[in-house]
Unconditional design. Structure first.
Length: 202
């Protein structure tokens, strides 16, 4: 019933309908997410793993995902505020078509709407300041669109975009620190620990 109002001729009716859907997708918590949050209160699940599990739950929730197609359709509405609310709701839905719609939002004729699109991309892709924080800058908007076409779409599809970056280790610094430890252990005549430190360097 609510989704059918997206086709109403009156702007205020469509705006009220899309606002209600936006509130739903932003605040609705599927039962499985409630249970997951109980499990992670003890900190045994890493933040990235928790986020990925939540995304998977949302993706399979019929209540949330039933809003996807109507929201995609109303992004072409003539009214700026209606489009903006629809895109905001889409950013909460873990589906590549929702992200594609937000990327296309970067071509909106309204510069403030394009800046809003960049913020939404950062939110739904969980990537902050990828090309700087001057969201109103056309170059930043262009770089986002270009990155999505060349890398982002594939990374999103494979799930790689949500994986934590591997920790960069400075091997030279690590070896130097271990050598200092070896020298210290030798001075202390603690040869077992000196040998263990040498083994780590190897």
């Amino acid at each position: 019933m609510l989704l059918s109002l997206f086709n109403d001729e009156q702007n205020r009716v469509r705006e009220s309908a899309v606002s209600a859907i936006n509130h739903l997708v932003c605040s609705y918590r599927p039962p499985a997410i409630v249970e997951l949050e109980k499990v992670v209160t003890n900190g045994k699940i890493a933040d990235t793993e928790k986020r990925n599990k939540i995304q998977e739950i949302k993706k399979n929730d019929p209540v949330l995902m039933s809003a996807l197609k109507p929201l995609l359709k109303i992004t072409s509405d003539k009214e700026r505020d209606i489009r903006q609310t629809a895109y905001n709701a889409l950013a909460q839905l873990p589906d590549i078509s929702a992200v594609e719609a937000i990327v296309s939002f970067l071509q909106d004729s309204d510069s403030s709407m394009r800046a809003f699109a960049v913020r939404l991309l950062e939110d739904c892709l969980r990537v902050n300041g990828k090309f700087g924080y001057n969201y109103d800058n056309w170059e930043v908007q262009r770089q986002w669109a270009e990155w999505w076409a060349k890398e982002g779409r594939e990374q999103y599809s494979s799930g790689k975009i949500f994986q934590p970056e591997e920790e960069k280790v400075d091997h030279k610094e690590t070896a130097y620190a271990l050598m200092k430890s070896v020298n210290t252990y030798i001075e202390q005549k603690d040869y077992d620990r000196a040998k263990a430190a040498l083994d780590e360097i190897k």
